[in-house]
Design a protein around this ligand. Structure first.
Ligand code: SAM
Length: 300
């Protein structure tokens, strides 16, 4: 195989440091009967552009939030000067995601909100969370004021709806162990959104595969504690958030996509559920964390 193998084959995964190195072998991933999964280091929109049409059953992902974190790597999404260019960039990524999804495919999108900077031009480093430090913060978007909650999740949801996605559910991820906030003029924020989109009107969703208490249909408020892995100093989403998404919308052996895989959570859950995955990540250091996590070397 011409592929640069950096990841244990025993778990059925291949790690490539760049799609260009994959050559023709890359197609093997999409052959019927393939058992491979892959982590690809690169810019999601560029990597996605090289993937074939209609191969993934679902995409579960959490893109960088706007103006909240500096992942310290050129080409990163989230540091755009204007909210509009951030939204446009993500719509571009999810246009590609739509193309590579099967017609009955779905997208589970976790996205957080933020407040306007209110004229503050930087954010001090946070000991527990270094990626929250920002050397430069974007100006308040036109039409908003200092202290306004921006409503990023819904703005993105509407932009994706306009781009052709079916918006099927807004799930509130309630975090019982949320970070305390020192604010005195509003409630502490303890939730994020997880949107379910579909590519078509009818799509794969097996409501029997995951049930709520007393065998009820899954509800739209999910109580799930946040989850930190020691090796990653950035926001990871909890495996418990990803598990129902994959369970409801795929079958064993199906391919799952995460174009912003970070520390590899989507891959770990997909793998544990007997699904295959393709994970894309710009920062090679994070790919390394994902690789170690998938090999069982760090806390999952
Ligand atoms: C919110 S984090 C994802 C965390 C992930 N869900 C996990 O559990 O570890 C967003 C990720 O997107 C990556 N990223 C930022 N810009 C990117 C780009 N243009 N292409 C690919 N990945 C990018 C960041 O490096 C970061 O790891």
């Amino acid at each position: 195989m011409a592929t640069e193998m950096l990841f244990s084959q025993t778990r059925g995964c291949i790690l490539s440091r760049g799609i260009s190195k994959l050559g023709n072998d890359f197609g093997q991933l999409f052959f019927p009967g393939s058992t491979d999964s892959i982590l690809i280091a690169g810019d999601s929109v560029k990597v996605l552009a090289r993937l074939p049409n209609k191969v993934f059953q679902t995409c579960v992902t959490s893109p960088p939030y706007w103006s909240l974190r500096d992942y310290n790597i050129e080409g990163q999404i989230g540091l755009e000067r204007s909210l509009d260019s951030y939204l446009k960039k993500l719509v571009e990524v999810f246009d590609q995601v739509k193309r590579v999804l099967r017609d009955d495919g779905t997208l589970w999108l976790n996205i957080g909100d933020s407040y306007t900077s209110g004229g503050r031009t930087w954010r001090a480093p946070d000991r527990k969370n270094p990626v929250r430090a920002m050397e430069e913060r974007p100006p308040t978007p036109q039409g908003l004021k200092a202290k306004d909650l921006i409503g990023v999740p819904w703005r993105l949801a509407f932009a994706l709806q306009t781009a052709g996605w079916y918006l099927r559910a807004d799930i509130v991820w309630n975090k019982p162990n949320c970070q305390p906030e020192s604010v005195k003029d509003r409630p502490t924020r303890s939730h994020e959104y997880l949107f379910l989109f579909s590519k078509s009107e009818h799509y794969r969703y097996d409501h029997r595969a995951v049930r709520g208490p007393n065998n009820r249909n899954t509800r739209t408020v999910w109580d799930i504690n946040t989850f930190a892995i020691r090796a990653a100093h950035f926001a990871t989403f909890p495996p418990a958030l990803v598990k129902p998404c994959i369970g409801l919308s795929t079958r064993p052996g199906d391919l799952v996509l995460d174009p912003f895989i970070g520390s590899g959570t989507t891959g770990v859950v997909a793998y544990d559920l007997g699904r295959r995955f393709v994970g894309i990540e710009l920062n090679p250091e994070y790919i390394h964390i994902a690789e170690r996590r998938l090999n069982g070397a760090v806390l999952r």
